[in-house]
Design a protein around this ligand. Structure first.
Ligand SMILES: Nc1nc2c(c(=O)[nH]1)N[C@H]1C(S)=C(S)[C@@H](COP(=O)(O)OP(=O)(O)OC[C@H]3O[C@@H](n4cnc5c(=O)[nH]c(N)nc54)[C@H](O)[C@@H]3O)O[C@H]1N2
Ligand SMILES: Nc1nc2c(c(=O)[nH]1)N[C@H]1C(S)=C(S)[C@@H](COP(=O)(O)OP(=O)(O)OC[C@H]3O[C@@H](n4cnc5c(=O)[nH]c(N)nc54)[C@H](O)[C@@H]3O)O[C@H]1N2
Ligand SMILES: [Mo]
Length: 748
């Protein structure tokens, strides 16, 4: 390792840290000097890097090793593992790929491999896996994300693009200076702002929120959870029933029409199809006006509260923020469509500090006023295989080879899967209805995972390839979402026999005769320098001079200068709607989409529409059912580091916390800290009760992220995905709907 005159640095999705090492072991991760609000999540890795849950060597499930692919697949998760050498495991994997390729074709290899893996531009697990598989003929992939699949598919029909607008979210400084009323569906959860995909240098969500409040911005928190906005912001709380935001948004729009509070000139100049939508709102065809009185019943709010909010929005400079969680519910396309429409009716889109925002504080980069930079990724090559699934249809894929599915106006077919390969994601964390997944998981012949810790994914695999963590390899953190470029130092040697994902694929590529194609004879450092070089050239075009590679490594980080102007989403379009027409068929905001209407989907018609969710408090099977919100955990990222000290310290009596309203606890005679079973027809898990007025009546909250551990079919660690439903948002996006879920809670 090179001698450095500075501290060792590392970058994670939860921030940048200085690393202390003693006797070849990492002893602490400390706040990066530039980070004014460092996340406590980072140090959680220290004790588990080389702890008992670390995977120390390549492992193969005993039945698979003894009897070959497809053997005793129902023993996945309980079979013994046998340690093998890297050479041996390389042969096993290479032979299995050759067999499946030859007999079934590359379509039979599913490597969507969804997941967050680790920060670091080169050692990005999925990119490494996909590049490798593209060298041997390709794989079945997945499209969109668990984060906001519904928005990724529907918003391009409405605004021409989703990602472009998201990346140009109106900046917090613009909100601070210009906004009067900030209506936050799903709140502004600072717990989530700790994260930024690919790394972050300085956390700004907390200070930005407080600065806006100090400048006089009034906040309204529309959410089942009061704690979705910090108490000190003194927000008004609108505690609507979960999964009913669309009804509330429609009724706000209806109130604007009947009270003549619309900005008709904005609607005329910038939108398409308002007339069709207003017919629906006024109930011209179905005789149901989508009025405040109508929504009050659905959302369990008072009519007055809705009318007052609509009036306030129409008289103030208003920002509407819709959190990404609204897309992860049944018909999750609708809340975003309805919110964009409402913002258009208020006529404040494209103006400073107002309009529409997608999830402030969902991550640290939302509203961070940064210069747009363009950095290269590690090239994945070209996938010759065209078959894919919408990301959350993994169980359907395994269950129903040959079946047809709808997606965004087309019909496709699920291929027959023989190999599943996951590197850098954890389906036993992220997927819904895990009991159904576990059953479908028995069907493929071979399951391979690259992992560093013995979580459920590793335990449910046939072949476990132990990889390094980012502290055991050099890399660079380089993401257009953050102004900091950070050197990720190799702090310690790889633990046990673990290898970098790149080296794992290089080994197998060698066995399959494609090593040169995979590496292009470049070392990891060559690749990193190459990516940095291209970044330097592209930064120069933006007028930013990045330091030389040597100086970058010497200093450890570099910050792209802040933008001087505020960022305002869709500013250009509003200034000149002809020159900067949106990439929609009409060039305008499509309140009605002819394209979607022509798909003829019952579950996603041509304009924002209220459709009853699969399960909700408006129609429970019995009166004791509660709505379960399984939102993002504050003390970790998804399932990562759940076994570490930071996450473990947040458990109550060793169990995951379940937040419950005092009234619901009393009805069930439950006390603080009591162990309970959460259950429904799909599954059950254990948790410990925390009684709190932060959660509305009839709703419980349990974070995602606990490692799945089953005893007699119950997850004793408290993974809520044993209970959540596995169904697509609609035929349009087929996104996940984890937040739509009814359960029962009882003392154990
Ligand atoms: N109920 C419910 N479920 C949800 C959600 C919800 O709100 N509620 N949210 C959903 C959302 S938004 C998301 S994004 C998903 C997240 O789901 P995932 O991204 O799948 O979750 P992670 O726990 O981040 O999984 C990353 C995995 O990569 C591994 N890993 C880390 N570094 C490396 C590396 O260098 N190499 C390799 N090979 N592996 C590595 C980690 O050990 C971990 O197992 O969950 C979804 N699931
Ligand atoms: N600490 C931490 N931060 C994270 C993550 C993490 O795992 N840990 N994950 C990151 C990822 S991958 C993503 S995609 C983002 C996700 O960001 P979000 O989607 O915003 O995350 P959630 O925490 O699921 O939801 C935010 C809030 O929405 C509220 N909510 C749930 N259902 C409803 C509803 O029906 N209506 C309304 N109005 N509100 C509702 C919940 O109370 C919840 O606290 O977070 C990112 N940030
Ligand atoms: Mo996500």
């Amino acid at each position: 390792m090179t001698k450095l005159s500075r501290s060792l640095l590392t970058s994670a999705h939860w921030g940048t840290y200085e690393v202390k090492v003693s006797n070849g072991r990492v002893t602490s991760l400390n706040a990066f000097s530039e980070d004014k609000d460092s996340s406590p999540i980072g140090p959680g890795i220290v004790d588990v890097m080389d702890g008992p849950s670390r995977i120390m060597a390549p492992m193969v499930r005993k039945s698979w090793l003894e009897n070959g692919p497809g053997s005793n697949t129902s023993k996945r998760g309980s079979d013994k593992f046998v340690q093998v050498s890297w050479d041996e495991v390389g042969d096993l994997v290479a032979n299995e790929i050759s067999r499946v390729k030859h007999n079934f074709g590359n379509e039979a290899i599913f490597a969507g491999s969804y997941g967050w893996a680790s920060a670091g531009r080169f050692h990005h697990a999925q990119s490494q896996l996909k590049r490798f598989l593209n060298c041997v003929g390709g794989y079945t992939s997945s499209v969109n994300t668990y984060s906001f699949a519904a928005a990724e598919v529907v918003v391009p029909h409405i605004l021409g693009s989703f990602r472009e607008h998201l990346d140009r979210s109106t900046s917090w400084d613009s909100i601070e200076k210009n906004c009067e009323l900030f209506v936050a569906f799903g709140g502004v959860p600072l717990k989530n702002g700790q994260i930024s995909q690919g790394g972050t240098g300085n956390h700004i969500q907390r200070s930005s929120l407080f600065k806006a409040r100090k400048a006089g911005v009034k906040f309204v928190n529309v959410s089942p959870l009061k704690s979705d906005i910090d108490d000190r912001i003194d927000a008004d709380w609108i505690d609507l029933r979960p999964s009913t935001d669309t009804a509330l948004l429609l009724s706000l729009a209806h109130t604007l029409i009947v009270e003549e509070l619309l900005d008709t000139s904005f609607l005329n100049n910038y939108t398409e199809g308002f007339d069709k939508f207003s017919k629906y709102l006024l109930g011209k065809d179905d005789k149901i006006p989508k009025s405040a009185a109508w929504a009050a019943k659905i959302c369990d709010l008072t009519e007055n509260k809705i009318i007052n909010l609509a009036r306030l929005m129409a008289t103030k400079k208003t920002m509407i923020s819709v959190s990404w969680s609204l897309t992860r519910q049944d018909h999750g396309e609708q809340p975003f469509w309805a919110a964009i429409t409402l913002a258009a009716m208020l006529g404040q889109i494209g103006r400073p500090g107002t309009g529409i925002g997608f999830g402030y504080s969902a991550m640290n980069h939302i509203g961070l006023n940064r210069k747009e930079m363009h950095y290269p990724a590690f090239p994945q090559g070209v996938n010759k295989i065209k078959s894919f699934i919408p990301v959350a249809r993994i169980t359907d894929l395994l269950e129903n080879p040959g079946a047809e599915f709808n997606y965004n106006g087309q019909k496709y077919t699920y291929p027959d899967t023989k190999i599943v390969w996951w590197a850098g994601g954890n389906p036993f964390h992220h997927h819904q209805d895990l009991n159904r997944l576990i059953k479908a998981w028995k069907k493929p012949d071979t399951i391979i995972s690259n992992e560093w810790c013995w979580n459920a994914l590793a335990q449910y695999s046939d072949i476990v390839l132990p990889c390094t963590t980012s502290l055991e390899r050099s890399d660079l953190s380089l993401t257009p979402k953050d102004p900091y470029l950070v050197v990720m130092d190799k702090a310690v040697e790889p633990v046990g026999e673990s290898k970098d994902d790149h080296d794992i694929f290089k080994l197998i590529a060698g066995k399959l005769g494609v090593e040169e194609e995979f590496t292009e004879n470049k070392s990891p450092e060559d690749w990193q320098k190459w990516m940095y070089d291209i970044s330097r050239q592209s930064a120069a075009k933006e007028g930013v001079e990045l330091p030389s590679w040597n100086n970058f490594v010497r200093d450890g980080w570099f910050k792209i200068p802040d933008l001087e102007n505020q960022t305002i989403m869709m500013e250009d379009f509003v200034k000149d709607p002809k020159k900067f027409a949106l990439s929609t068929p009409s060039g305008k905001i499509e309140i009605f989409s002819e394209t979607i209407s022509k798909f003829r989907y019952q579950d996603c018609p041509g304009h924002p529409f209220w459709i009853e969710p699969l399960e909700w408090l408006g129609n429970p099977r019995n009166s004791s059912q509660l709505h379960m919100i399984s939102n993002q955990p504050k003390n970790k990222l998804h399932s990562q580091l759940d076994h570490g000290s930071v996450s473990q310290a947040d458990k109550l009596n060793g169990h995951e916390q379940l937040l419950m309203n005092p009234g619901d606890a009393k009805e069930r005679k439950l006390n603080e800290g009591q162990l309970v079973r959460i259950s429904n027809s799909r599954g059950s898990c254990l948790a410990a009760v925390t009684i709190s007025n932060d959660v509305m009546k009839k709703v419980i909250q349990i974070s995602t992220g606990a490692w799945m551990k089953l005893e007699n079919g119950i997850c004793i660690n408290g993974n809520p995905n044993l209970l959540t439903p596995d169904k697509g948002t609609s035929s349009l996006a087929q996104g996940p709907i984890a937040h739509t879920c009814l359960v029962e809670v009882e003392a154990l």
